[in-house]
Write a protein that binds this ligand. Sequence first.
Ligand code: ATP
Length: 215
Amino acid sequence: MKNMSKTNQISSLENLPLRVGITGGIGSGKTTACKLFEQLGIPVYYADERAKTLMVNDKGMVKKIKLLFGDEAYLPDGNLNRKHIAGLVFQHTDLLEKLNGIVHPAVLKDGEKWHRQQKGVPYTIKESAILFEIGSQGFYDKIVMIYAPKVIRLERAMLRDGLSKEAVEARMAKQMDDEKKKLIADFVLVNDGKKGLEQQVLALHEQLLGMYGFE
Ligand code: ATP
């Protein structure tokens, strides 16, 4: 085993795959990077997507959300009534905190369950845009930040989501500052369209394998 002192060691002590978290601001390229890791055989848990699924399918969560927002929180087809929820959150800001208090712990628990089911892999990845914002650092052995300059992220998100500059900027304002993220992350991959992301992903993959004696 190499460089063990550099890691949190939580996973290696349990003889489980290493837990790697990938984060970064809107439009930085987290999903793009995760798809590259998937091509290398690494399982990826997409926390945001999973949260959306659980909010609709997890009976316990549905019950709690209905208690908070009423039965109208769900449409007749079972899907989330986002308009109703957004309206109430707009009027009562504490409701957002309460909703997050239901969703975030449940997703972390679900992600942990998923991680424990992954066998025969050196590490797993959890993609989470709000990894630092929700203070979930302790759940990971290593944290990777995908970095791209703000102007590039803005352009990418506007193009991808068909949003206005103001709408993307409003989302950015809710996220932690990139410089702070860089300081906490163990690795930073630069996805500015100049430095090749694929080569950086491959180099990091090899580094992670080496750290845990998988070379
Ligand atoms: P979000 O947090 O908003 O979901 P993200 O960090 O997961 O975003 P991606 O969805 O991977 O970001 O990338 C945002 C957009 O930018 C996508 O349309 C993607 O195809 C594009 N993109 C990502 N990286 C690059 C790149 N190096 N060159 C060109 N386009 C890119």
